[in-house]
Write a new protein. Structure first.
Length: 506
């Protein structure tokens, strides 16, 4: 869908559908709606007066105009109470707007932006509006045969405003929203793809392709290099699969001078069967999404590069399947990481931390100002926090604060779990430096404890997205399936970035 900005007057515009927004608690309708109401013989104001439409958040009503104004239909969309309006509610109503337009068969529509009377910076809420409008239209249809007559597509959305001076900033904000939505589409597509079509080799080829398109660097380490470097965590997990592992390195702004380097690390398990500690069959298909961290890292770098943000960004993506092949790692085996540390593999299903450990040590090579990893790491995080919020742990207060603030703005929120010394006890091993499970309690925390052993040299935040990466049902701007979580959050972290105060000291 294309989004345009237009200066104009609502009652004069031709469109298949013309959209007005209303607050639940505002007695008078906005000026543009008042003009249309008059032309429509006060039918809108009477409807509202008679409680035929109550402007609760995301409520809609579509009304015919019987040729009294050029637009064929008008739609009213509720914003809820004025004091409760937020950026995310703007995303939601934008999503409801475009999905309703599409569902009634419109191929174009106009949103009357002056009817959203809001006290937020224009650049922020126009960007949020564009994000919601686009994200709600996402569909994953790669493997569906849909006859052309059943394809319903909203092609054009016009944002109508009256003040000419707002046109430029609105246009720029919408452009940012489009870049972000495009990156989220990319990430959702990767996650929704079945494992058979996103093996580590295929993902690595995909990474090279986007790097070329964006003019950024991409390097892929394959088996011989991984062996030489001693990445025993990644190689250990890969042992059970016929698919060779890959370690993808993306680098944006590689030659930036006087800029902080931020490293993103994404868990790239393209299928997690559990390995020899095989998972149960129920919901195992969902484990194609165990590369959601990897996909979010790729998507966010795509957006950051298109936005031309000034920092140097490195994406490190260890990729492998976790399969129970005859040469698979066995419970009790010991792996040796790139740092030389060893771990006892008490459970082959706790594989994410093994591949991340190698990548986190590799991050040191970039002398990063900050490292953020994203991983669908533990079922325990889903038990603790559900699917609403991402679990956050880390070793640096300032970095955690930045991630939290970016989470509030992008509405990909994070909630901190404690990474206290006492928990480290649980991952002690009798025969190796550490072991990869910490017992039945506090599994999200003990997983992060494991990672913390490899992140001592830089400020680090770990995001457990096991609960937030997948949606069981659709909502205003997400659909059942991959959410694409992490993209908006990481982009916002970088958009807000100022020189990191504590370079090289956690
Ligand atoms: N990929 C899973 C975690 C997961 C669970 C992601 C549910 C998304 C939804 C991870 O590799 C895993 O299996 N973790 C185990 C660890 C346990 C064996 C210590 C878990 O959380 O059960
Ligand atoms: Zn697992
Ligand atoms: Zn996993």
């Amino acid at each position: 869908m294309n989004i345009h900005i237009k200066i104009g007057t609502a009652e004069k515009e031709f469109a298949e559908i013309l959209v007005f927004y209303l607050y639940e608690d505002t007695k008078t309708v906005s000026a543009p709606l008042a003009y249309c109401d008059k032309a429509l013989n006060n039918s809108v104001s009477e409807l509202i007066k008679g409680k035929g439409f109550v402007a609760k958040l995301n409520k809609t009503i579509v009304l015919p105009t019987y040729g009294k104004i050029p637009a064929k239909r008008i739609m009213l969309v509720g914003l809820g109470k004025k004091k409760d309006i937020t950026l995310d509610k703007i995303r939601q109503v934008a999503g409801i707007t475009t999905s309703t337009m599409r569902d009634i068969g419109a191929s174009d529509g106009i949103s009357v932006m002056d009817s959203i009377d809001i006290l937020l910076p224009l650049s922020e809420w126009y960007q949020a509006y564009a994000e919601g409008a686009l994200l709600s239209l996402y569909k994953y249809q790669r493997y569906k045969s849909i006859p052309p007559e059943e394809q319903q597509e909203l092609k054009e959305l016009t944002l109508l405003l009256s003040n000419k001076e707002m046109s430029r900033p609105a246009h720029d904000a919408v452009k940012y929203g489009q870049i972000i939505a495009d990156a989220v589409y990319f990430t959702r597509d990767l996650i929704n793809t079945p494992s058979q079509d996103k093996t580590p080799t295929i993902l690595a080829e995909g990474a090279k392709k986007i790097a070329k398109e964006l003019g950024i660097q991409c390097k892929v380490l394959s088996f011989p290099e991984l062996k030489k470097l001693g990445m025993g965590g990644l190689l250990g997990v890969a042992q059970g699969s016929v698919q060779p592992p890959k370690f993808i390195i993306l680098e944006y702004n590689a030659r930036a001078k006087n800029q902080d380097t931020i490293v993103f690390v994404g868990k790239g398990i393209t299928f997690d069967s559990g390995g020899i500690c095989l998972k149960q069959a129920k919901d195992m298909d969902l484990m194609k999404s165990d590369m959601s961290g990897a996909a979010a890292v790729m998507g966010s770098i795509k957006a950051i590069a298109k936005m031309k943000l000034p920092q140097r960004i490195v994406g490190l993506i260890p990729c492998t399947e976790n399969m129970p092949g005859s040469s698979a790692m066995k419970p009790g085996d010991i792996v040796k990481f790139y740092s030389g540390k060893t771990a006892e593999v008490a459970n082959t299903d706790a594989e994410g931390r093994l591949i991340l450990a190698d990548a986190l040590v590799y991050a040191e090579n970039y002398q990063p100002s900050a490292v953020i990893d994203l991983a669908t790491l533990t079922g325990s995080c889903v038990v603790a926090l559900g699917t609403v919020v991402t679990g956050m742990m880390g070793n640096n207060e300032e970095l955690k604060k930045r991630v939290k603030i970016a989470g509030e703005k992008s509405w990909e929120r994070t909630w901190e779990l404690p990474l206290w010394e006492e928990y480290q006890e649980q991952i002690k091993s009798d025969i190796a430096d550490i072991k990869n499970v910490g017992g039945p309690y506090a599994g999200a925390i003990t997983a992060a404890c494991f990672l913390s052993k490899f992140t001592e040299k830089y400020p680090w935040v770990h995001l457990d997205i096991a609960g937030t990466s997948w949606c069981e049902k659709s909502s205003a701007y997400t659909q059942k399936g991959a959410s694409g979580v992490g993209v908006r959050l990481l982009v916002q972290v970088v958009q807000n970035w100022t020189r990191f105060p504590e370079k090289n000291s956690p």
